[in-house]
Design a binder for this molecule. Structure first.
Ligand code: AMP
Ligand code: FES
Ligand code: ZN
Length: 313
């Protein structure tokens, strides 16, 4: 198999693009996909300060590295969730990668530790408030991402969600007709004037397999294990089903997700701010000041419930 572009020996075949690439041309292809995503969804410009949420996994570390390679101003945020064994390992990967990047780029890593801020890791917090660990984790991560971006004046918050993540989430939402989530499923969620950071997903045009290949070829040392809490999750099932379809019919995931975007159901990037009715409903949380549609935000409510539980036992 030879590279479609330069005809030297190929290292990877991409059936959905009917192409194969050598390492150099594959890197060029990956960078081009990110650049296209950033441009077509108006994610950010060369002067914007970007905060990349890094988990230690292949997607987010790859994203951080590519944004710096493309010349963007990108720092990173790692949230240490206090998951025994898994958090220590992922934290170490992130720190090492940050040191490596800092040798050739101007960039820094910010770390937020849930244990320090909340007095317990997410598993204990979830048990205290009797909610599934993953949804507790989601609330905490969203809160930490937004707080760090807004307080430290980043223009945009970027996550490593890829094509597989977005197609699987879309499939889940469509299967259950959760239409209220569809307008938030675009790769570029605008900021609100009320203190919500703009959120973007520059890897949405690349599949999990392509990103894993990029990470391996470019010696990005990431944590291979998935979070232990994710085992048996519906998302993993949807990904499996989509992979099966992709094998039979290459390009299925892209047609599904990009077809959804082309139909304009997700929030339009060009609106610049959140829709007016969303904004009108937001007010500062009376406890922490972050924007919320209730009096107290869901993070502060959760923390209050956990504290009350500790005091009552
Ligand atoms: P996941 O929901 O685990 O697939 O993660 C999706 C994205 O959220 C990742 O690509 C990261 O950008 C971000 N992320 C997940 N976990 C963390 C974490 N502990 N700290 C910072 N960012 C994270
Ligand atoms: Fe949140 Fe696993 S990363 S529960
Ligand atoms: Zn709050």
């Amino acid at each position: 198999m030879n590279c479609t572009k330069c005809k030297t020996k190929a290292v990877i075949g991409l059936p959905r693009h009917n192409a194969a690439f050598c390492k150099l041309c594959f890197n060029g292809f990956v960078h081009e996909q990110v650049a296209r995503a950033v441009k077509s969804e108006r994610m950010f410009g060369p002067n914007d300060r970007i905060l990349v949420a890094v988990s230690g996994g292949k997607d987010s570390l790859t994203l951080w590295s590519i944004l710096l390679t493309l010349g963007y101003r990108a720092d990173a945020l790692y949230v240490d969730l206090g998951i025994p064994n898994y958090s220590e390992k992922s934290h170490e990967k992130v720190e090492r990668f940050a040191d490596k990047l800092a040798q050739s780029h101007e960039t820094k890593l910010i770390v937020h530790t849930v244990q320090e801020q909340a007095g317990a890791g997410i598993r204990e917090l979830a048990m205290l408030i009797r909610r599934p660990t993953c949804s507790t984790c989601g609330t905490i991560k969203r809160y930490q991402f937004n707080r760090a971006a807004v307080e430290q004046h980043y223009d945009v918050m970027a996550t490593g969600h890829n094509l597989d993540d977005e197609a699987a989430r879309l499939l889940g939402n469509v299967l259950h007709w959760q239409t209220e989530y569809l307008d938030k499923q675009g790769p570029s969620l605008p900021a609100s004037v009320e203190g919500f950071a703009k959120k973007v997903k520059p890897l949405y045009r690349l599949s999990e397999r392509e990103i894993a290949a990029y990470a391996v070829l470019n010696r990005i040392d990431y944590i291979v294990e998935e979070c232990p809490m994710a085992k048996g999750s519906k998302m993993l099932l949807y990904k499996e089903v989509l992979n099966r379809l992709e094998t039979e019919s290459p390009g299925t995931k892209q047609r599904f997700y990009c077809g959804f975007l082309e139909r304009g159901i997700a929030t339009e990037p060009r609106t610049g701010t959140m829709q007016e009715h969303d904004q009108a409903m937001l007010q500062p949380c009376t406890t922490c000041g972050q924007p919320t549609s209730a009096e107290v935000c869901s993070y502060c409510k959760m923390m209050a419930r956990a504290k009350a539980k500790v005091h009552s036992t």
